[in-house]
Design a protein around this ligand. Structure first.
Ligand code: SAM
Length: 282
């Protein structure tokens, strides 16, 4: 077992993040309060004010992330008065101006969402998982998230014709081209950017948890054991629990004392020397 640190901190991320050293973190994975949601528990930030509210947080995130690190942001705009809100799109543009590269967008397909009926749209069954980076050459361990070749592919990929194996190499520089056999490694293939995770029932004393598979997948893809993971909107502590289980150091922050106490109970606290000023009581 790795000797790792799991810090759970209480407070407003805009302030608490200031205590973390520059360039410490390998992966930030988080789901912040969405605009106009859950006014009675936390947040309730309006769509108009959302970007203004978020930018001081992302400014700190940019500072604490290593140049090779990645920021994963799970968020989704809702529809109101017959229109989708544009605040997430505005946030993406603002983050780019702040210095982030918007490198990828994953779709989290909530494969167990209930059916429903609305007058002018269908059940919303997916959320955005946005990827931002500080630099183009970030760490990425693609082999760690390879998936078994499914039945759907048995006929097509397992029995490759000779032509499939010798077709010309890519001119785009990917190094693969149409030689499909390059994607097959011992019956494993690289996944795509649509992630199929079931939503979590409200069984963690928190109303907006993401499934463990979500942080787990990104922790595998973007970190190695002993790397540092940060969740500035920790909620029920999913990111901390998964990081700890996977042998990664982590820092989780939440503004609600009850959540922080609940997570602290679940996660063994270990000492760390990462804070230069030691201002935070853990
Ligand atoms: C969508 S929930 C996160 C859920 C989490 N991913 C999980 O699996 O439980 C957002 C969390 O952000 C916290 N929060 C809201 N504003 C905050 C702030 N300014 N600083 C730190 N945490 C905040 C809320 O208390 C809430 O627990």
């Amino acid at each position: 077992m790795h000797n790792i640190t799991t810090k759970i901190l209480l407070g407003d991320s805009r302030e608490v993040l200031k205590e973390i050293d520059d360039n410490l973190i390998d992966l930030i994975v988080t789901s912040p309060p969405y605009a106009d949601r859950r006014k009675n528990t936390y947040g309730g930030i309006s769509t108009e004010k959302y970007v203004e509210w978020f930018l001081p947080v992302s400014e700190q995130l940019l500072r604490v992330l290593k140049p090779t690190g990645t920021f994963i942001l799970n968020i989704k705009e809702k529809a109101e008065n017959g229109e989708r809100s544009t605040y997430v799109l505005e946030l993406i543009l603002a983050l780019r101006k702040q210095g982030w590269l918007w490198t990828e967008e994953f779709i989290w397909h909530k494969k167990n969402s209930y059916p429903g009926k609305w007058p002018n749209r269908f059940r919303d069954s997916w959320e955005r998982v946005l990827q931002f980076n500080k630099a183009r050459d970030f760490n990425m361990y693609q082999e760690a998230v390879m998936v078994p070749v499914g039945d759907w592919a048995n006929g097509r990929l397992k029995n490759l014709s000779e032509t499939d194996k010798i077709r010309d190499n890519s001119k785009s520089g990917s190094g693969f081209g149409k030689n499909i056999s390059n994607w097959l490694k011992r019956s494993m293939v690289y996944p795509n950017n649509v992630l199929q995770f079931a939503t979590v029932c409200n069984n963690k004393n928190h109303s907006a948890t993401f499934p463990e598979e979500l942080p787990e997948w990104f922790i595998k893809l973007f970190t190695q054991p002993n790397d540092w993971v940060l969740d500035p909107f920790l909620g029920s502590g999913t990111t901390s629990e998964v990081s700890q289980r996977m042998g990664r150091n982590s820092i989780g922050i939440d503004i609600i004392p009850e959540y922080v106490e609940m997570v602290k109970e679940k996660v063994a606290q270990k000492e760390s020397s990462i804070f230069s000023h030691n201002k935070i009581a853990v």
